[in-house]
Write a protein that binds this ligand. Structure first.
Ligand code: PMP
Length: 354
């Protein structure tokens, strides 16, 4: 730390992204990216915009926003396009939380929430998941605090039904409830239809997973237009050109590929079921994932050891050294071939453990 670093950040522990190793070619199942490249039309759209990189992007991302409004069935004033959904989440923490408006989230969830809170000087409280790693929605009913819940949750992959989300939103009318739907397209129930009914509901989604655009950095926030206007105030005070030209064009093209999107999500769900069945056969406990990853625990080897042994065999998964989940590994769903490699190498590791 330099002597110039602001005291307000001195205690900040930054978010740690999953490894992006440069030392070897891994079967990379550790950062929940899509294994499938985006369709050719999306790549072509980005390439075409590359010729205009001397010009700023449209700060309103108007074309993209209009198209997104059509796809999500809302008004364009109810949407803000962002640089990944991480940016939408950070804007929401900045806009709606402060010393007197703390935020609450599960103890096991997306690791960026406490970082956004600490970055912005926001007090936060973690509510333990149930024994079975699900969110107990009763814990959030009528608590009169801002809330963020990933639904489906990460890294567990478990989802709450829509009616439980509605109970949470309805019972906290004077607070903002943020529902992070980064993984919703793989089997969760989206709460976007509730935004007309509740002015305190903000939803974030991403193009990083189900639309295969993690490298483009594109996300969005959906909610009542007054919430979106507040997010815009923060955006125009932070980074007006937050979505670059190539990404906006790629995002627009991606939204025109409805059929590709459906089959992309279906392929991931099929590979997920296939992998879950194989892992269970090997004695793993596998949580009921509604996402593009599995959270699984072996009865024969600890999480850290399994992570390390798989890495030595060229397969990268993610393991969290945190209470209650240290024996789990999080496995991103890849292609069928990648899943076969994971299953094979896992079987070898278990054999070597005997
Ligand atoms: N929410 C959750 C639960 C996530 O796992 C991620 C991906 N790391 C994000 C949000 C952010 O994704 P992105 O910024 O790529 O949209």
């Amino acid at each position: 730390m330099s002597k110039f670093f602001s005291a307000k950040y001195a205690a900040l522990t930054p978010y740690v992204p999953g490894e992006q190793p440069k030392d070897a070619q891994y079967i990379k199942l550790n950062t929940n990216e899509s294994p499938f490249a985006p369709p050719a039309s999306v790549v072509a759209a980005a390439k075409q915009e590359a010729g205009k990189l001397h010009l700023y992007s449209d700060p309103e991302s108007a074309l993209l926003t209009k198209k997104a409004a059509e796809v999500w069935g809302v008004k364009d004033t109810q949407i803000l396009m962002t640089n990944g959904s991480d940016e939408a989440l950070n804007f929401a923490f900045m806009a709606f939380c402060d010393q007197t408006h703390p935020i609450v989230f599960p103890d096991i969830t997306y690791g960026f929430y406490p970082v956004f809170a600490e970055l912005n000087g926001i007090p936060y409280e973690k509510i333990p998941l149930k024994e079975d790693f699900s969110v107990d929605y009763h814990d959030y009913v009528g608590i009169s605090k801002n809330i963020v819940i990933a639904n489906p949750n990460a890294p567990t992959g478990l989802a709450l039904p829509l009616w439980q989300i509605e109970e949470i939103v309805k019972s906290n009318p004077d607070n903002v409830v943020i529902i992070d739907e980064a993984y919703v397209d793989f089997g969760g129930e989206s709460c976007v239809p509730l935004i007309e009914k509740y002015d305190n509901l903000l939803i974030t989604q991403t193009f990083s997973k189900s639309r295969s655009l993690a490298g483009a950095r594109l996300g969005l926030a959906i909610g009542n237009e007054t919430l979106i206007a507040d997010l815009n105030t923060v955006k125009y005070s932070t980074n007006p050109y937050n979505v670059n030209r190539m990404t906006a064009a790629a995002g627009y093209a991606a939204l025109c590929e409805a059929q590709w999107f459906e089959s992309n999500c279906a392929a991931i769900q099929e590979n997920r079921a296939y992998t879950a069945a194989a892992l269970k056969k090997m004695g793993f406990t596998v949580l009921d994932s509604k996402t593009n990853f599995l959270f699984a625990k072996s009865d024969k080897i600890g999480g850290r050891a399994l992570y390390e042994k798989l890495k030595a065999k060229g397969v990268l998964v993610r393991q969290f050294n945190a209470p209650r989940i240290a024996d789990f590994v999080r496995i991103t769903i890849g292609t069928k071939e990648q899943m076969d490699a994971l299953i094979e190498r896992t079987a070898e590791v278990l054999e070597e453990e005997k």
